[in-house]
Design a protein around this ligand. Structure first.
Ligand code: NAP
Length: 270
C-alpha cells in the first residue's frame, strides 16, 4: 500500500514523521509515495490535516486520510505521537475500512466578470468585509431569505462545525448528517436591520447564495486559506457530492471526540 506523509515543520512532528517513514520503508507491505498515495498520514494538528487535504484535493476520491497529532488540539486526528508502531501495524492489516464526512462546495462569481471560481472546504468558508460592515442579501435556493448586515457569514460542514462555526455560536453537527450550516459573524440587529440571529442548517437539495450589496472589498476564505479578496458578485454554497474519507482502523466516536476536545476530563465525584 502506497503512503504519503504530510508533516508540519515543528520539531516533534519531524521526529514522528522520520520514525514513521523508517517503519513504513521497513515493512514489506508498505511503501512511501508522495505523488500517488492511497493513504495520506498527516502529522501535526487539524491545521496540518486541512493543508494535507487541500494538497491532495484533486485525488481526494482515491485517498483516505489518517491524522497523528503532536501536541495540537487534533480534533480530526485519531492517533497520538507515541502510537507510530500501532499505526504501522494497522496499515499492514488494512482492509479498506473508511468513514466519510461531507464537504462544502463553493462557487464564486466576481464583479469583474470572468469565469466562476470553485472551491472545496473541509471545515468552512467565510465571507467577510475588510472594512465597515458587510451588507448582503442571503438567498436559500432562489428565494430571498434576509438582508444581512454585520461582520460576515460562516458556512460550515458538520466536521467543521467545531471550528470557526463554534466560535460564532453555531451548533455542533454530527458528521453522519449530510448538511451544511450558516452562522452569522456579529450581525447588526436593531429597528432598521434585522436578520434571523441564529444559525441555520440546510439540507442536500438546498443551497445558500450570498450577494454582497456594497462595493467594498470582501475576503472569501476556504478553511485556512483566503481564496479571494476581489469584489464578489455572489457566492453559492452547497453540500458537495464529494466526501472526505478517513481510514477507520480506530475511530473515536464523534461525541467523545467533542467532549475530549472541548470539555476535557469530567470529574463525576464532584
Ligand atoms: P489556526 O488559527 O492556527 O488554528 C485554529 C484552531 O482551530 C486550532 O487549534 C486548530 O486545531 C483548530 N481546528 C481546526 N479545525 C478544527 C475542527 N474541525 N474542529 C475543532 N478545531 C479545529 O488555523 P489553522 O490551524 O490553519 O486552522 C484553520 C481553521 O481555523 C479554519 O478552518 C477555521 O475553522 C479556524 N479559525 C477559527 C477562528 C475562530 O474560531 N475565531 C478564526 C479563524 C480561523 P490544531 O491546534 O489541532 O491545529
Amino acid at each position: 500500500m502506497k503512503i504519503a506523509i504530510y508533516s508540519n515543520l515543528g520539531e516533534s512532528s519531524n521526529i514522528v514523521a522520520t520514525s514513521l517513514k523508517k517503519k513504513i520503508e521497513e515493512s514489506p507491505d508498505l511503501s512511501i509515495d508522495g505523488l500517488n498515495p492511497e493513504i495520506v498520514i498527516s502529522v501535526g494538528g487539524d491545521g496540518t490535516l486541512l493543508s494535507a487535504f487541500h494538497h491532495y484535493q484533486d485525488i481526494s476520491d482515491r485517498i483516505r486520510l489518517v491524522g497523528i497529532h503532536t501536541g495540537h488540539l487534533g480534533f480530526y486526528t485519531d492517533w497520538r505521537d507515541y502510537e507510530v508502531a500501532e499505526l504501522v501495524d494497522s496499515l499492514e492489516h488494512d482492509n479498506g475500512q473508511s468513514v466519510t464526512y461531507p464537504l462544502l462546495d463553493i462557487r464564486v462569481n466576481y464583479v469583474s466578470g470572468g469565469p466562476a471560481d470553485y472551491g472545496l472546504a473541509l471545515n468552512e468558508s467565510t465571507l467577510k468585509q475588510i472594512s465597515g460592515s458587510m451588507v448582503a442579501d442571503v438567498y436559500i435556493k432562489d428565494t430571498l431569505f434576509e438582508s444581512f448586515r454585520g461582520d460576515g457569514l460562516c458556512v460550515s460542514t458538520p466536521s467543521g462545525s467545531t471550528a470557526y462555526n463554534k466560535s460564532v455560536g453555531g451548533a455542533i453537527i454530527n458528521p453522519t448528517l449530510n448538511a451544511i450550516q450558516m452562522a452569522e459573524i456579529s450581525s447588526i440587529n436593531n429597528r432598521v436591520f434585522r436578520t434571523l440571529g441564529s444559525p441555520l442548517i440546510i439540507s442536500p437539495d438546498e443551497w445558500v447564495k450570498i450577494v454582497p450589496k456594497s462595493s467594498n472589498r470582501t475576503i472569501l476564505t476556504c478553511d485556512h486559506q483566503i481564496i479571494s479578496n476581489e469584489a464578489v458578485e455572489s457566492v453559492e454554497y452547497r453540500i458537495s457530492k464529494r466526501r472526505i474519507a478517513f481510514a477507520q482502523y480506530r475511530h473515536t466516536q464523534f461525541w467523545r471526540r467533542v467532549s475530549n476536545s472541548f470539555i476535557g476530563k469530567v470529574n463525576l465525584d464532584d
